[in-house]
Design a protein around this ligand. Structure first.
Ligand code: ZN
Length: 324
């Protein structure tokens, strides 16, 4: 049976978003709630509550299923959470726990993969068979589509663009590694650079954006100062853009994508950081691969719930033997 709706859930370190979504990508109903920080079962309860709220009033037979994006490394084949930095979900069988309490099929995936899925099905990567999605936020995530299919690797753990090494023995990354893209572009890394500048006279504008307290400097304070034209803050973000550009040279040389879609809170706020990355990539990538287009995510914050819903539709259709 062809169903009309799917439920997409996007679990972040701060918020859980959920939506009831039509096949063509229209969001019929959506909501957001704060992510609880008192243990894994509170997070699972909040996910279930969000699903029940958006599904209210719709007959279960009309719902294709639930897709859930988690800020975690997911073994897609086993549907297990292998590693999760910001929430205590590693080793927790999120899928089974949710499945036992809702009346729909449930599929979990990495949030960056689902953002790419959302852009592919409903957003700025529609029709692009080979593209790269980058989500620049607290962490750096992403997803890769090759030949019109999401690339997951042998177990579903692939596509962790944020954890590519760009500097040998570089700064520590939240994952435990060193010198990864996220060590330079994650919010904590940008905030640390801002605090370094704040400790010197040159960081005055950044400290002002943090309410006058050098210890309170966040990535947002650096971004705000840069957008107001502060050169020190701009230099911090342009340096980060340069690091990203170098990493993209490698990715473009290997995968030859047609598009690079940039999303996430930092990516959306910092057009000039993304432009710097594009310049570096275009100057240094191997000939013939430089015509990659850089575009902003069209779906913004909704890419997560839309991608999760698209996955739920696809899983439903393949269970039912329907063609896309
Ligand atoms: Zn890392």
């Amino acid at each position: 049976m062809r169903t009309s709706f799917a439920i997409g859930v996007d679990v972040g370190g701060t918020r859980i978003a959920a939506g009831l979504i039509e096949r063509k990508g229209r969001i019929v109903k959506d909501l957001q709630k704060l992510t609880p920080h008192n243990g894994p079962f509170a997070v699972v309860d909040a996910i279930i509550e969000a699903i029940e709220q958006v599904a209210e009033g719709v007959h279960p037979s009309e719902i294709a299923g639930v897709g859930i994006g988690l800020p975690a490394q997911i073994d897609f084949l086993k549907q297990s959470v292998e590693f999760c930095t910001n929430l205590p979900l590693a080793g927790v069988d999120v899928r089974s726990l949710v499945l036992s309490r809702v009346r729909h099929e449930v599929t979990i995936d990495n949030d960056g993969h689902l953002a790419a899925y959302g852009e592919f099905r409903y957003g700025s990567a529609k029709g692009a068979r080979d593209f790269l999605m980058l989500t620049l936020g607290t962490g750096v995530g992403g997803g890769l589509f090759i030949g019109g299919e999401p690339y997951r690797g042998s177990r579903g753990l692939g596509g962790e663009i944020g954890h590519m090494v760009v500097q040998m023995d570089g700064p520590p990354c939240p994952c435990g590694g060193r010198g990864h893209i996220e060590s330079y572009l994650g919010r904590p890394a940008i905030a640390a650079k801002g605090r370094e500048a704040a400790a010197a006279f040159s960081g005055r504008a950044i400290v002002e954006e943090a309410g006058g307290d050098p210890a309170a400097v966040s990535a947002e304070a650096v971004i705000k100062a840069a957008l107001k034209g502060d050169e020190v803050a701009r230099a911090i973000l342009l340096d980060a853009g340069e690091v990203l550009g170098r990493a993209l040279v490698g990715l473009v040389n290997v995968f030859n994508p047609r598009l690079i879609v940039v999303g996430g809170g930092v990516g959306e706020a910092c057009g000039f950081l993304v432009e710097r990355a594009a310049e570096v990539m275009q100057a240094e990538a191997l000939a013939g691969r430089r015509d990659v287009r850089f575009i902003q995510s069209e779906l913004g914050n909704d890419s997560g719930i839309l991608g999760a819903a698209a996955l739920a539709f696809d899983e439903h259709d393949s269970r039912e033997g329907l063609h896309r």
